[in-house]
Design a protein around this ligand. Structure first.
Ligand SMILES: Cc1ncc(COP(=O)(O)O)c(C=O)c1O
Length: 479
């Protein structure tokens, strides 16, 4: 573990530092923060350059660690990130695309990919994930859709998609790579939710194993690294890796925290040496929990089996609670405030939880028994009649008349929601989580999306991206 060892090397020496960070290994830190984190954590908040790796004294440990990362995730090159998958999405787009290029891209993208569209000024050709109509659930991008989109846009320079989706559904990446490569187009996958896929055969195939050219994945999400950590992997000859290295540097802080990088280094080693057995245990606990939750009256789990899809991450739990007469928001509120349980997300219909190598039978039992209590207390309540999920039909593409960049930078004005339908949005309107833009800059605003957002805000949606997060108004392109 080169970075971990670099930190150990530095920690063992008594440096008097006159460089960043200014807290001087905790000497200047507020005592409450020393209490909160412990003196050791402060003493190890050291920089990468001149700290964990110092080219004057030792080898470049980050480069060594990234080479090991490439081996671990089956890539040719791996870039360790300290600004999450968000930075990787931006870096990849900046490296591979030029303003005006056409990109075939799934519409269920995360805010950070929409941001990359704005930064790069490319022309998105949106494709909609297929839908399970009854459950209003995105079930991935069909390779045939990609084939059709390439036929209609033969000059497209990239296929980009999110897989797995926030709800755990993976697309058929092998088939998508085959279609795209047959036409000479590379594929980029936002695999933020799949950092563990490469390390257990019971999980969907990882982007690198499927032959995808570039993929970012958040080691802080489904693996045990620090918040903000992620890796950007590339392989093959279609991506210019030296340029990517430059744009990775442009997309993140110039003062990366060594402890974040060290946590990627350690997770990489942990997964290579013990990933299979650790994930086996997680998968077994997930299987048993799923069986128990399925028997709770009034609660439904939506997963690969319910959706009829083969590629599903069984560590993801989309738990429908509207069937027992409460919204996902109400369930999340109760779980958090009464039971001190943190779900990952909620919407009108469901809550989303996920299990990792850090979970134990005890924490999982707490979740299952809280759900049992809530189901008992709500017995007899009529179900809430909504199936509108934050990542289903509501994020289907409508009509785009401008690129996200042109609309974002256009002269714009705030309009009350009641007057906004039919106008061109200059705003990003993103219920968070899952962070998928319902309205993107350049979209013609549709009434049914406004109705959905207004209902969501009334129920407690947190809106990100929009100039007015209370959504009294929406920013539209001035005529
Ligand atoms: C699909 C997807 N991509 C990218 C991101 C951003 O990841 P990060 O928080 O690591 O920047 C998220 C965050 O939730 C996400 O859901």
């Amino acid at each position: 573990m080169p970075i971990v060892e670099g930190m150990q090397w530095y920690a063992a020496r008594d440096f008097a530092s006159f460089a960043t960070p200014g807290h001087r290994r905790g000497s200047g830190t507020h005592p409450d923060l020393i209490d909160l984190f412990g003196a050791k954590a402060w003493s190890l908040d050291i920089p990468v350059s001149g700290g964990a790796t110092d080219v004057h004294f030792i080898e470049d440990v980050v480069e060594q660690a990234e080479a090991l990362g490439a081996d671990a995730w089956g890539a040719d090159h791996c870039h360790y990130l300290v600004n999450g998958s968000s930075a990787g999405n931006l870096a990849f787009f900046l490296a591979h695309l030029n303003p005006g290029d056409r990109v075939i891209i799934s519409r269920d993208i995360h805010k950070s990919l929409m941001t990359a569209l704005i930064h790069t000024g490319v022309q998105p050709i949106y494709v909609a994930p297929q839908l399970h109509a009854e459950l209003d659930f995105g079930i991935g991008i069909d390779p045939a859709q990609v084939e059709r989109a390439i036929a209609a846009n033969p000059d497209a320079r990239l296929i980009a998609l999110v897989s797995p989706s926030y709800s755990g559904v993976s697309s058929d990446l092998e088939a998508i790579a085959e279609v795209a490569h047959r036409h000479g187009v590379p594929v980029y996958v936002d695999e933020a939710w799949g950092p563990h896929f490469h390390f257990h055969p019971g999980l969907p195939v990882s982007a690198m194993a499927a032959g995808i050219d570039g993929a970012v994945t958040s080691t802080h999400k489904a693996l045990a690294a620090f918040t903000q950590s992620a890796v950007l992997n590339v392989q093959g000859s279609m991506i210019n890796n030296p340029r990517l290295k430059t744009t990775v540097g442009m997309s993140q802080t110039t003062s990366p925290a060594a402890y974040i990088l060290a946590s990627i280094d350690a997770v990489r080693s942990q997964m290579v040496l013990h990933g299979r057995e650790m994930l086996e245990r997680t998968l077994e606990m997930a299987r048993a929990a799923r069986e128990r939750i399925r028997t709770i009256p009034g609660i439904t789990i939506v997963d690969g089996e319910t959706l009829g899809v083969a590629r599903y991450d069984p560590t993801k739990f989309v738990i429908d609670v509207a069937t027992m007469g409460i919204t996902g928001f109400e369930a999340e509120h109760a779980l958090r405030n009464r039971f001190h349980i943190n779900p990952e997300a909620s919407d009108l219909v469901s809550i989303v939880c996920f299990f990792t190598v850090g979970d134990s039978q005890a924490t999982i039992d707490r979740l299952v028994s809280a759900l049992e209590t809530m189901a008992r207390e709500n017995r007899g309540k009529p179900p809430i009649q909504t199936t509108l999920r934050s990542s289903g039909s509501i994020v289907r593409p409508g009509i785009q008349v401008m690129t996200p960049r042109d609309a974002f930078f256009a002269r714009s004005l705030p309009l009350p929601l009641a007057e906004a339908a039919g106008k061109v949005s200059a705003d990003l309107v993103i219920p968070y989580p899952p962070g998928i833009p319902v309205i993107a800059p350049g979209d013609v605003i549709e009434q049914h999306k406004l109705d959905y957002l207004a209902a969501g805000v009334a129920h407690g949606f947190y809106i990100s991206g929009a100039v007015d997060p209370e959504l009294r108004t929406i920013q539209v392109v001035a005529d």
